[in-house]
Write a protein that binds this ligand. Structure first.
Ligand code: NAD
Ligand code: TYD
Length: 355
């Protein structure tokens, strides 16, 4: 094996955000070995990493974070200095349909990964790092005013956010109890290429293209703070290299949008790109039953990350959304592949056959 200055295991690297993090690290740091550990669930797709798969500093290892034996063998083989942990079940609606899958991957899986990391590193914790990637959803739901800061108390409300909150607590418990060097970041909603079309933005793009109805939950008044996925990957890079051990950082776009306004904006962008008459795609909008326990508003205060580590988002939302739509239009093979098979089953379970 060539001599690498750092050997990093990135978990969940075949998923949406993970693939952007892997790509960034593989390209920017040829001196690091990047090992992507992923179970390849429905959300994991090696086609997301076609452009780096033959890089000399990249390796893929299929495996489940719950499999301590397998993870231990990988630690022994690669002698990792760091873990960047993104593997998780990530979709709120699926967590409502099957909460225990979220407990298994997000809670038990994270605890297993912490356990193996501690076992291998405990005799020499210097220069080791367990970086845990989490979500702003752990903070619960905001009213019309205010922002989540790093000091906002945890108040998760969905099985997804409860499982992520629990994983965050385990990470901090390993720091306080065993001295494991950890860093945690909590990010707002991401969008961009390679996003699985079960989440709002890629689902709407795909449905507009296929003239399918656009299912807006409740009145579409819920607010999310959207960040371009490559900006999240850059933030993770910054925090990984400059963040303080034992600390946590909020990451967000200062970019709040009501769901219904995003759907209208996407309709307008796609009317133009698909040469449809203005207003055509918006006719597909259908208000459907609200998500149970639907959090009203998320908004991140990312001042700490900006002030202490100098990170800022790079893209304006309209520009990022346009780039994202272009990617989906140019990568229909990818969309067809990920929406074949089980996706159809999930879609009818979630939205009913009529949609
Ligand atoms: P994703 O669902 O697109 O990808 C998750 C990846 O993890 C997939 O490749 C999947 O195969 C893998 N995986 C799942 N369970 C696994 C297991 N038990 N063992 C090994 N691999 C497993 O998710 P994403 O949207 O890329 O999110 C990545 C991380 O970022 C998650 O931890 C999520 O909570 C967090 N996050 C996501 C967002 C967002 O907007 N998507 C925002 C903030 C934080
Ligand atoms: P989503 O992309 O699932 O992210 P999260 O729930 O983690 O924030 O949903 C974003 C918002 O869009 C959320 O308020 C729920 C809403 N939504 C719809 O209105 N219709 C849909 O079909 C989906 C998937 C989401």
């Amino acid at each position: 094996m060539a001599v690498f200055t750092k050997k990093i295991m990135i978990t969940g690297g075949a998923g949406f955000i993970g693939s952007h993090v892997v790509r960034l690290f593989v390209k920017k740091y040829p001196q690091y070995l990047i090992v992507n550990l992923d179970a390849l669930t429905y959300a994991g797709n090696l086609a997301n990493l076609k452009d780096v798969e033959s890089a000399a500093n990249y390796k893929f290892e299929k495996g489940d974070i719950n499999d301590e034996k397998r993870i231990g063998e990988l630690f022994a083989a690669y002698q990792f200095d760091a873990v960047i942990h993104l593997a998780a079940e990530s979709h709120v609606d699926r967590s409502i349909l099957d909460p225990l899958a979220f407990v298994r991957s997000n809670v038990l899986g994270t605890a297993a990964l912490l356990n193996v990391s501690l076992r291998f590193w405990k005799d020499d914790l210097k220069d080791k790092l367990f970086y845990h990637v989490s979500t702003d959803e752990v903070y619960g739901s905001l009213g019309a005013e205010g922002f989540f800061t790093e000091d906002t108390p945890y108040d998760p409300r969905s099985p997804y956010s409860a499982s992520k909150a629990s994983s965050d607590h385990f990470v901090m418990a390993y720091y306080h109890t065993y001295g494991l060097p950890v860093i945690l970041s909590n990010c707002s909603n991401n969008y961009g290429s390679h996003h699985f079309p079960e989440k709002l933005i890629p689902l709407m793009i795909n449905n507009i293209l296929n003239n399918r109805s656009l299912p807006v939950y409740g009145k579409g008044e819920n607010v999310r703070d959207w960040l371009y996925v490559e900006d999240h990957a850059r933030a993770i890079d910054t925090i990984f290299h400059k963040g303080k051990t034992g600390d946590k950082y909020n990451i967000g776009g200062f970019n709040e949008w009501k769901n219904i306004d995003i759907v209208h904006l996407l309709c307008r962008i796609m009317d133009k790109k698909l040469n449809r008459a203005e207003g055509d795609s918006a006719k597909l909008i259908t208000y459907v039953k609200d998500r149970p326990g639907h959090d009203l508003r998320y908004a991140i205060d990312a001042t700490k990350l900006n002030k202490e580590l100098g990170w800022t988002p790079s893209l304006q939302f309209e520009e990022g959304l346009e780039k994202t739509v272009d990617w989906y239009l140019q990568n229909q093979d990818w969309v067809k592949e990920v929406t074949s098979g089980d996706y159809q089953k999930y879609y009818s379970e979630q939205y009913g056959k009529a949609h």
